[in-house]
Design a binder for this molecule. Structure first.
Ligand code: SF4
Ligand code: SF4
Length: 164
């Protein structure tokens, strides 16, 4: 996995133009069964993927924390929301609460998440490849294929399966 992760940004760069063109066409004419297909591609990729050997999302990018995330995680850590924010979060240029630093402070040496049961919604949903109306989040996906090997493989499989 380590080698795969090292090569991923370069591989994503090489596919960037092709992916961009594919997504532009997909947006214009999304197939009727897109939700169903993305579910299938996502499930089958994650059956083969062991996130505990990777954790690249937790190491290189972070989730945004919604108010509900902050309340829930602070409660779990027996902190007041304001204390939790002060210790772990900052406000980014889009006015969202994000991690102060990466790798995420909640990531263990064994790649397990200390707050797994109460982790942010964005962590639960990453890399969003089974999102309904997937064609609406293709710009995000263009970035995620350079971070997440599973997202990269899903997009490659999409291009084989869909001819928009
Ligand atoms: S979601 Fe993607 S980047 Fe995150 S740990 Fe799993 S395979 Fe790696
Ligand atoms: S909260 Fe957990 S799942 Fe989310 S980035 Fe941190 S370690 Fe990863």
């Amino acid at each position: 996995m380590e080698n795969e992760l090292k090569r991923l940004p370069q591989r994503a760069k090489e596919k960037h133009v092709e992916n961009k063109k594919f997504f532009a066409k997909l947006k214009k004419r999304p197939p009727k069964n897109l939700d169903y297909l993305m579910d299938e591609l996502h499930e089958s990729e994650f059956e083969r993927t062991d996130c505990l050997t990777c954790a690249n999302c937790c190491k290189t990018t972070g989730p945004l924390f919604t108010s509900a995330d902050i309340e829930r995680i602070a409660k779990h850590l027996r902190l007041r929301p304001a204390e939790f924010i002060q210790q772990y979060l900052r406000v980014d240029e889009d006015n969202d609460h994000v991690l102060q630093e990466v790798p995420c402070a909640f990531l263990g040496d064994d790649n397990a998440c200390f707050i797994y049961e109460v982790r942010p919604k964005a962590c639960r949903e990453f890399p969003h490849t089974n999102r309904k109306k997937f064609h609406q989040i293709t710009n995000l996906t263009l970035k995620n294929v350079a971070i997440c090997p599973a997202a990269f493989n899903i997009v490659e499989e999409m291009k084989r399966r869909i001819k928009p």
